[in-house]
Design a protein around this ligand. Structure first.
Ligand SMILES: C[S@@+](CC[C@H](N)C(=O)[O-])C[C@H]1O[C@@H](n2cnc3c(N)ncnc32)[C@H](O)[C@@H]1O
Length: 414
């Protein structure tokens, strides 16, 4: 085949695409077809487990046999992902007869369409063809991706998130989980929205390095410096989010961990919704799981714990304001993760022991997890409160109670 390829963006939603082959090439190609909304017919006697999972979930139709030419009836595109050149050629021939474009993983020269190397940035898709050399295409794609990562704030800004409606003036809010402390633990989507923001309203526990990388013209509001008590401060934060969005700004509310885990994200969402401001919520890596993980503690472990429970310890167990059924928690065998629990730790551990959790249950405290200042203390339920005081641990810290605390110690020699 000669001549330059003619680039197109195929709109495959609701259209039949046939994939022939059920191995690793098909495993890599099928997700993008599904993402495009194609009706995928997969023809292959055997499937990889990943493809099998798509078939089992009803995301595609699997024909568990070899290819037959009439598989292509009604198809708009066919992808051949088999090693056998004769089998691939027979699909090509059937496709050519029906004037259907045919992508060949085994033989680019015999294909009538090529798949480009792709990088996706929200709604923007960059596709690169390397003149028949896939490695060149990938190298150029990687260079463009790196450029967009650096400049995406300016290049890709005019975006309205899927699922959100623009309010008058185009303003909107994103509630973004920043992760537990390590700046690399923000999600890709969270990071992208952060680089697009006009205003960032940040919490105390948000990794400082994320803020360091904001564009110079971004208005940064430090929510921890709002000079009122907790409830007035929250009202003030809600007001800032709504006012800036109604003024046409894209506001990122950046919160430590996950916005909905003791993060007051729900209140902020309701305040925005009441004012007609569209909101996108981007979940974050929560410290309730990440802090134990950073200390080598899995919150579940086969044969050790089949459940984990996350509670806030900011209200003492005997306080009328407590919403936690501590007596019931004492009866659980699994993992208990307590956030904001240092101040009340002595009362919490005493309550758990009084209601039946054995004193010798392993316990650990992880302070400033995933940061350079991380500290880990290992103890038991009976001794942990005194050990925390003796070691001078302070918030932010997560307390973990349960046999998982020791689950990996023997195997990793920790
Ligand atoms: C108001 S809650 C917010 C939790 C957050 N939304 C999350 O999902 O991680 C604050 C508490 O989270 C825990 N926490 C947050 N970051 C932490 C970290 N890096 N290390 C240990 N604990 C952390 C502490 O218990 C802290 O008191």
């Amino acid at each position: 085949m000669s001549g330059n390829p003619y680039p197109l963006g195929l709109r495959l939603a609701g259209r039949r695409v046939v994939v022939v082959g059920g191995g690793t090439v098909a495993t890599r190609r099928v997700p993008a077809l599904l993402d495009a909304g194609a009706h995928v017919l997969l023809v292959a006697p055997e499937l990889t487990p990943a493809l099998r999972a798509h078939a089992d979930a009803g995301r595609l139709h699997w024909a568990p046999r070899r290819f037959a030419p009439d598989d292509l009836d009604g198809a708009w595109l066919v992808q051949v992902a088999v090693d056998d050149p004769l089998a691939a050629a027979s699909v090509s021939a059937a496709a050519a007869e029906r004037r259907i474009f045919c992508v060949r993983a085994d033989d680019r020269a015999a294909a009538t369409a090529w798949t480009p190397a792709v990088t996706r940035h929200g709604p923007v898709t960059v596709a690169v063809l390397g003149g028949g050399d896939p490695r060149r295409a990938m190298a150029v794609r990687d260079a463009i991706r790196a450029l967009l990562d650096v400049r995406k704030g300016t290049l890709l800004t005019p975006v309205v998130e899927e699922g959100s409606l623009p309010c008058t003036g185009g303003g909107r809010v994103a509630l973004v989980g920043a992760g537990p402390g390590d700046p690399e633990l923000i999600t890709v989507k969270g990071w992208r929205l952060l680089t697009e923001a006009d205003v960032v309203v940040a919490d105390r526990l948000v990794p400082g390095l994320l803020l360091d990388e904001l564009r110079a013209d971004v208005e940064l509001v430090d929510a921890s410096k709002i000079p009122y008590g907790p409830s007035r401060a929250q009202e003030e934060i809600n007001r800032i989010l709504v006012d800036r969005a109604l003024a046409g700004k894209f506001v990122v509310r950046l919160k430590g961990g996950d916005p909905y885990v003791f993060g007051r994200g729900g209140e902020e969402l309701l305040a925005c919704a009441a004012a007609g401001v569209p909101v996108t919520v981007v979940p974050g890596v929560t410290s309730s799981i990440a802090a134990p993980a950073a200390a080598g503690i899995p919150v579940t472990h086969r044969g050790v714990a089949h459940e984990f429970t996350v509670v806030s310890g900011h209200v003492a167990p005997d306080s009328p304001a407590s919403l936690v059924h501590w007596d019931a928690l004492a009866g659980l065998r699994g993992t208990l993760v307590v956030l904001m629990g240092l101040k009340n730790l002595a009362a919490i551990t005493a309550t758990l022991i009084a209601h039946g959790r054995p004193e010798q249950t392993p316990a650990a405290v992880v302070q400033e997890a995933t940061t350079g200042a991380q500290r880990v203390l290992r103890s038991t339920l009976g001794a942990v409160a005194a050990d925390v005081l003796a070691a001078g641990l302070r918030p932010p810290a997560v307390v973990v109670v349960g046999d998982v605390v020791d689950a990996l110690r023997t195997s990793v020699g920790d």
